[in-house]
Design a protein around this ligand. Structure first.
Ligand SMILES: C/C(=C\CNc1ncnc2c1ncn2[C@@H]1O[C@H](COP(=O)(O)O)[C@@H](O)[C@H]1O)CO
Length: 236
């Protein structure tokens, strides 16, 4: 039986076992990271996205499910409010948000990632980039977005969400809004953050205030807009 899995560049990078040849050339890997940064900055600067909101969410959300519809509505409402929409360019919730943005006629960006199995960018993306390295791609999400919405998701969504939260908590980035969409889905996590993390003194109350949890897409979009107004008045 043949396997359609391939070895990706980041797997090679993170693998503990390396050939002698790889060891000798390891430092040169940095040129590959550099190339991804250069291409990412080039394409996204030229794209002139204006205010963009990044939507994270599950790659496994089923097309035509209520959750998928929520993603489409979110992308559309963000678009109608004048935001470009950035996603990971994959299937599920990412596709849904790109679809909504595409329908609204705003820039719909997909920052794809090379995976061990064939995938491709969803068809509702009109500005596309493909990354080999997750860490380079994450810089692009953060640099080109003025706010973040997380639809229900798994480890990938959690990783992206907590990176945004950590950067904001530690003051590495200015203030930007983060909305978790779906109180049933996110409520348990937020309750745990409050009871365990806050209860045990691992975070402070103001850290929890960084998160808006809502079922109301208009509230989420308004949250993104409030921050846009605050940022533009801070600049002027
Ligand atoms: C699992 C499947 C495909 C995975 N394809 C992905 N394409 C693009 N981006 C992805 C993919 N998987 C994860 N991501 C990133 O993480 C978030 C979603 O991860 P989750 O674990 O599903 O929550 C998402 O925001 C992406 O940036 C086969 O269907």
């Amino acid at each position: 039986m043949t396997s359609d899995r391939r070895i990706t560049d980041d797997q090679r990078l993170l693998d503990l076992e390396h050939s002698e040849e790889w060891k000798q050339r390891a430092a040169w890997r940095v040129m590959k990271f550099q190339a991804e940064f250069v291409e990412g900055f080039d394409v996204l600067e030229a794209a002139d996205l204006g205010d963009a909101v990044c939507v994270y969410g599950s790659a496994r959300t089923v097309v035509d499910s209520e959750e998928y519809k929520l993603g489409v509505d979110l992308g559309r409402k963000l678009g109608e409010a004048g935001f470009s929409v950035i996603t990971g360019g994959g299937p599920g919730a990412m596709e849904a948000a790109n679809r909504g943005a595409y329908d609204a006629g705003v820039k719909s960006v997909g920052l794809g990632i090379e995976l061990p199995f064939e995938q491709g960018i969803n068809e509702f993306v009109d500005i596309e980039l493909d990354f080999k390295y997750f860490f380079v791609r994450k810089v692009m999400f953060l640099k080109y977005s003025c706010g973040f919405c997380a639809l229900p998701g798994g480890f990938g969504t959690m990783d992206e969400l907590f990176e945004a939260l950590t950067l904001e908590q530690t003051g590495k980035v200015g203030k930007f809004p983060i909305a978790l969409i779906g109180t049933d889905y996110w409520g348990g996590l937020v309750e745990w953050l409050r009871a365990s993390m806050l209860g045990d003194g691992k975070i402070s109350t103001k850290d929890l205030d960084l998160l808006l949890v809502t079922d109301d897409l208009d509230e989420a979009v308004a949250h993104m807009q409030q921050s846009r107004s605050a940022q533009s008045s801070a600049r002027s």
